[in-house]
Design a binder for this molecule. Structure first.
Ligand code: ADP
Ligand code: MG
Length: 329
């Protein structure tokens, strides 16, 4: 009798502890880097941790925003040709990753594509969701292409921490890489103990736990997700697609991922691309590159970086590169 009482007391204690721990789970939302930041944490201290992650991301935005006066990228874009603009260490770190992916993808991911993004009306200050945009003329596209090409338009001194514009009107845009970078850094902020899921506008990172992640369907589909993957602790998944910032005119889809060679929205046939990698910045930029260039070089990029790539076309046919198991739903 006494034994079963003791067992009951232990059981109650365990239940109370579990309930208390569950009560410590936190769910926080913020707005940063032009999108929603959602942080789910398990265990005590989650709310403070989420605030810290948000503060770090706000700092990153102050450094790399194209529209905030006082950011490094704003200063680079406003500077005259030949002026070396001193940038914060965080900006230089992201530029270095951007240059790596620019080289890896033979320029499909190009951080100097911003003049084209602006021309098509997809920059953060110009895009109006739901409005039918204007199609630029061939002459405007050709003239703008002159100002695009990272190597041709910018010189970077990593030792001095400066970026110099080489071509009048050239502009940098780290919008295709900064969110992935910020999520990867958030995971190091979480440290080794707390279980957390960080979602910055579709760039998702898992800390200290495996999470199941649904990948959004780029077209009308029976369910919201067309695939589910396991994201292991320390990994990030980034998704890019032609369905997020876009408009349809005369049956043609125009969207915010621009082919830096044609000067027009990418039409590789890939409607959505997700990249899983422990390098969040790499995954983010590579996802953009897959939408631009398609999957022809996907095997090469997977073996160079160890990432996995999941691409889906407009007919919802899925291709997977790299070792990750993908459950199609
Ligand atoms: P999102 O920012 O919507 O999550 P992406 O990560 O694919 O999607 O980034 C798209 C953004 O990157 C665009 O809004 C634009 O600012 C920029 N961009 C567009 N085309 C390219 C490109 N070819 N290379 C690098 N950046 C690009
Ligand atoms: Mg990207």
């Amino acid at each position: 009798m006494r034994k079963s009482l003791k067992a009951f007391a232990v059981f109650v204690l365990v239940v109370v502890c579990v309930v208390m721990l569950a009560a410590c789970d936190a769910n926080a939302e913020y707005y940063v880097l032009g999108t929603f930041l959602e942080i789910k944490t398990e265990g005590a201290g989650g709310a403070a941790l989420a605030d810290e992650i948000n503060a770090f991301m706000q700092e990153t935005e102050l450094a790399v925003s194209t529209v905030m006066e006082g950011s490094d990228i704003y200063a680079v874009n406003a500077a005259p040709v030949g002026e070396a603009v001193a940038c914060r260490p965080v900006t230089m770190e992201i530029v270095k990753e951007a240059e790596y992916v620019y080289d890896l993808t033979d320029g499909a991911y190009d951080p100097s594509v911003f003049p084209l993004v602006e021309l098509w009306g997809f920059s953060p200050d110009k895009f109006v969701a739901g409005a039918e945009g204007n199609i630029p003329t061939d002459e405007d596209i050709a003239a703008t292409l002159e100002k695009v090409g990272f190597r041709k338009c910018f010189s970077v001194d990593y030792e001095k921490g400066t970026v110099t514009k080489l071509v009048e009107g050239a502009k940098l845009d780290l919008g295709g890489i900064a969110k992935g970078y910020a999520v990867e850094k958030a995971l190091s902020e979480v440290g080794k103990k707390q279980k957390a899921l960080v979602n910055l506008g579709g760039n998702i990172g898992a800390a200290n736990k495996t999470y199941r992640i649904g990948i959004s369907a780029p077209r009308e589909y029976a369910s919201q997700y067309f695939a589910v993957v396991e994201l292991y602790a320390g990994e990030c998944i980034a998704t890019s697609g032609d369905y997020q910032r876009c408009f349809i005119k005369d049956g043609v889809r125009y969207h915010h991922i621009i082919n830096p060679f044609t000067g027009r929205p990418a039409d590789s046939g890939v409607a959505g691309a997700s990249v899983i990698s422990s390098d969040g910045a790499l995954g983010d930029a590579l996802a953009t590159a897959v939408v631009v260039a398609g999957t022809t070089s996907a095997d090469k990029w997977v073996s160079a970086t160890g990432c996995s790539i999941i691409a889906v076309n407009g007919d919802m046919a899925v291709s997977v590169f790299g070792g990750r198991t993908v459950e199609c739903v």
